[in-house]
Design a protein around this ligand. Structure first.
Ligand SMILES: [Zn+2]
Length: 431
């Protein structure tokens, strides 16, 4: 009984052939009398809430337990969902994206990295290109997608979609790389990114800021799973951020929401490239941390070197990382007063320093938060490492095509995934 159910997830229904169309429509074929809208409600609940018991699904969708049972049966028959035993007693329903193949692309100024995720064959293929021209060009991305698909033996039209994460904001109205971007992408200027690629490839293309995609990935499969409102902050060369509210990326007015790096901490602080002074990024970017360290007479070449030196006990390196944490904590406390996110996850090289940074964050959040708001906030390291943007691309395409994967499968994860164990809860919620 239990084991039959456990194995059923790998059975693929014959009636799902194309990864290109949503699973909801196909699933309704199996059970006449099950209304399509009800199937959609169950799929949405699973996509947004992750694996769930049938009882919880019934409560969430306000459908009767019998209806939920019939829908789950149909979804399993079609290979869209599987049922997993937990603790030997409870059974959880989870989504599997049976045949979907997705290409996710990360476009940085100095390199392009593309990865194909084939959920039918359980295969991941990667390709990357260092760039001479800043940001490469759309033709390069098209070539990379084509060759990955060819290598996987998949026709372009059999891709569920392609997602592109740019290391720059995407202007909401025009879909172009925002002119506000500090980093330059000359070949992409004035091109609507998604439409340009879509015209060439003939498949769905989603273009998004890289931190926004990383935020979506962390919300879907990482540190923010299940959080109603989630802030992801990437701290490496610079500071980027993304907001996910009710399962969707929040872009704000012109796609610039979540730019936490430009919260002003010191009005008379260092001048920032954005034209303001004393922004968070002027205190915690890689360059600022290296500069701060220089005053001690010890010079390091990269943030990673600082993190390594601090781990070995170098007092000056420990001090600058602790202070970077304090600055982050102040920005988090300010953000919390406005949006009170239930989870804030920190990714990037700085987060890899673990407690060396998180102790500073914790003490600062404690000092600057409203006691009424802070107990609900959890600050923790991000879980998905350097591939968060690529995973976010997968999540975005699956969501856009009505599909989902409740748990990121092992074959899709890189072997060097960064997994920090540190979890910092706000001190106010300890008791
Ligand atoms: Zn700034």
């Amino acid at each position: 009984m239990a084991h039959d159910e456990e194995d059923s997830g790998t059975t693929r229904g014959d009636n799902i052939k194309s990864a290109h169309s949503g699973q909801a429509a196909k699933s309704t074929r199996s059970v006449s009398g099950v209304r399509r809208g009800n199937v959609r409600r169950v799929l949405d609940a699973l996509r947004l809430g992750g694996p769930s018991s049938q009882a919880a699904l019934a409560r969430q969708t306000e459908l009767s337990p019998a209806t939920v049972n019939a829908i789950v049966k149909a979804l399993r028959a079609d290979g869209v969902a599987e049922v997993r035993p937990v603790n030997g007693r409870e059974f959880l329903v989870a989504l599997v994206a049976s045949h979907a193949a997705v290409v996710a692309v990360q476009v940085n100024v100095t390199s392009v990295h593309a990865a194909l995720f084939d959920f039918g064959e359980r295969v991941r293929l990667d390709s990357s290109a260092p760039l001479k021209e800043e940001g490469g060009d759309p033709g390069l991305v098209v070539d990379m997608v084509r060759s990955l698909a060819a290598e996987a033996g998949i026709g372009l039209l059999d891709l569920a979609g392609v997602a592109v994460g740019m290391q720059a904001p995407i202007a909401r109205a025009s879909g172009t790389v925002s002119s506000w971007a500090r980093l330059q992408f000359p070949a992409w200027t004035d091109l609507p990114v998604a439409k340009t690629l879509e015209d060439d490839l003939g498949v769905l293309v989603i273009a998004e800021n890289d931190a926004n995609l990383a935020a979506l990935a962390e919300w879907t499969w990482g540190a923010g799973q299940g959080a109603a409102d989630f802030l992801y902050v990437m701290c490496a060369a610079g500071v980027g951020g993304g907001l996910v509210i009710d399962g969707r990326i929040y872009r704000g007015g012109d796609g610039l929401a979540g730019e936490i790096g430009h919260i002003v901490l010191e009005p008379s602080g260092p001048v920032c490239f954005c034209g303001s002074r004393g922004c968070l990024t002027t205190f915690v970017s890689e360059r600022s941390i290296l500069l701060a360290l220089e005053a001690s007479g010890s010079s390091r070449n990269s943030l990673r070197e600082v993190v390594d030196a601090a781990r070995r006990g170098d007092p000056a390196s420990r001090r600058v990382l602790y202070e970077a944490g304090r600055h982050l904590g102040r920005a988090f406390a300010s953000t919390a007063k406005l949006m009170a996110p239930s989870v804030i996850a920190v990714g990037g090289t700085l987060s890899e320093a673990g407690n060396l940074v998180f102790e500073g964050i914790q003490s600062s959040v404690e000092m600057h938060s409203l006691r009424a708001v802070s107990p609900a906030i959890r600050v923790c390291p991000a879980q998905l490492g350097d591939d968060a943007t690529l995973f976010g691309g997968v999540a975005a395409v699956l969501a856009a095509t009505g599909q989902g994967v409740s748990t990121l499968p092992r074959w899709a994860k890189p072997s060097k995934a960064v997994r920090q164990k540190t979890i910092i809860r706000n001190p106010n919620d300890r008791n």
